[in-house]
Design a protein around this ligand. Structure first.
Ligand code: AMP
Length: 447
């Protein structure tokens, strides 16, 4: 199958040839013809499957061939994305795919000044990519109108709900014209997402390119059991012993991210970090440096888990397992993209066994355990079974120390202190999942 056979116009084919995209990916071959025909879409597609081109190409084509010139402060297609990073990345895709078309594309998100965004919107924008919070701000300030809106895309809808955007989405949906095309992409389909789809989509085509909630198949996954306090030390040991090249590392907390970054810099490893406390320009710069190969290790919290488009990234390391099992699937989606194979290694301590069981239940596979000599944990990670069971509860941490002896020091001279015990991650998701309704509320009807 070729892109031409899907019915795409010449300027788009020219862009694709320039990118050396030879054949459509499965999500693209299913989505493109349907979206070109104007159908709604409900797609279960993970990052790395080519889903962005799956919606961007047909939308660019429809906007070129159909509909009016964009009016001031108006948008014709709106893409909602959970994070600034993903919004930027989706914008870049639209700009590259649409480089030979006379359409304007722009992204708005929080964390940067709103004024330039208001100025830019004055002329009107054909494709606007936005995070929900900032878009709502702009809408409330009359900087953006939706009366010309032809198409709405929800990218990583599950993540938007996890990040607490349900209320913003609800308000935005009620401001959009009812007659429009809607495309919903989500890596996972919880009941809440299905309910949202039921309310927003009309006779959608369902596209599923990987089994429900499955982790990317081309990624080799395993875990190394380790004591909590030795995780950082183990990471540095593996980095040196295995001569790892570029690695994306996920840690649970912002503090944990900063600490590992410091430790890496202290031993001369080029490292940078991305987390929610960093200003947006610093986050983008870290990502750019990593993509340019100036940084060997990028340490991130889950803020960065979605939407990082880094080609051929061979390795993702989970220094800590994510609190939400679904985030595991997203984290490891950074590697093994577009047919490349990758590795995802998790450093797992006994305290994380429930998270491990939840991940294995979601992905319906046990993650292979590989012991690292010298790092066999004192606190054993209990065995798990597919189905989410923990076969034995972790034993209480027992003092194996010889009375009077000093605490066993870590290997090497790297002191990592207590940083893994620090909890500064925001409690997420819980409040969100409660919100029952999406869209359909009359404008101004909120209490
Ligand atoms: P996405 O899932 O949209 O984030 O895309 C994942 C990666 O695959 C991006 O780096 C795209 O540039 C690349 N990609 C998307 N479609 C194709 C294709 N048909 N052929 C080759 N690479 C692609």
């Amino acid at each position: 199958m070729t892109f031409a056979s899907l019915g795409l116009i010449e300027p788009l084919l020219r862009s694709l040839a320039g990118l050396d995209y030879q054949t459509p990916t499965p999500v693209q071959s299913q989505a493109i013809p349907a979206v070109l025909k104007g159908r709604d879409l409900m797609a279960a597609a993970q990052t790395g499957t080519g889903k962005t081109a799956g919606f961007a190409l047909p939308l660019l084509q429809r906007l070129t061939l159909e509909g009016p010139q964009v009016a001031s402060n108006s948008v014709r297609a709106l893409v909602l994305a959970p994070t600034r990073e993903l919004a930027e990345q989706v914008l870049q895709s639209f700009l590259v795919y649409g480089q030979h078309l006379p359409l304007s594309c722009y992204a708005v998100y929080g964390g940067v000044s709103i004024n330039p965004q208001m100025m830019k919107l004055r002329k009107g924008v054909d494709v606007l990519v936005a995070t929900p919070g900032r878009l709502l701000d702009l809408y409330r300030q009359n900087a953006v109108r939706f009366n010309q809106l032809q198409c709405l895309v929800l990218d990583e809808a599950d993540r938007m709900l996890d990040l607490g955007f349900a209320r913003e989405l609800d308000e935005l949906f009620s401001a959009l014209p009812k007659k429009r095309q809607t495309l919903l992409f989500s890596a996972t389909f919880s009941d809440v997402i299905r309910q949202m789809a039921g309310e927003l989509l009309r006779d959608p085509l369902s596209v599923e390119v990987s089994p429900r909630n499955a982790a990317a198949k081309s990624v080799k996954q395993w875990l190394i059991p380790v004591d909590k306090k030795r995780k950082g030390e183990l990471f540095l040991h593996l980095l040196q012993k295995k001569r790892w090249g570029q690695v994306l590392v996920f840690a649970k907390t912002r503090k944990g991210v900063d600490q590992l970054e410091q430790e890496l810099l202290a031993i001369g490893v080029a490292a940078d970090s991305i987390h929610g406390d960093k200003p947006q320009p610093a986050r983008l710069r870290a990502l750019e440096r990593f993509k340019a190969g100036e940084v060997q290790v990028l340490v991130a919290t889950d803020v960065a888990a979605r939407g990082l488009d880094i080609d051929d990234l061979p390795l993702v390391v989970n220094l800590d397992l994510p609190i939400n099992a679904e985030d595991y699937v997203h984290r490891i989606g950074r590697t093994g993209r577009a047919g490349a194979t990758g590795e995802a290694i998790s450093l797992v301590c006994a305290d994380e066994v429930e998270q491990l069981a939840a991940i294995e239940n979601l992905t319906q596979q046990l993650i292979k355990r590989v012991d690292e000599p010298d790092f066999i944990p004192d606190h054993r990670v209990p065995l798990t079974a597919v189905g989410g069971q923990v076969l034995k509860k972790p034993k209480k941490p027992k003092q194996k120390l010889i009375p009077g002896a000093a605490k066993p020091a870590g290997k090497g001279n790297i002191h990592l202190g207590r940083w893994f015990e620090e909890e500064d991650a925001k409690p997420k998701a819980k409040a969100v999942r409660k919100v029952p309704s999406f869209g359909g509320k009359p404008k101004g009807g909120k209490k």
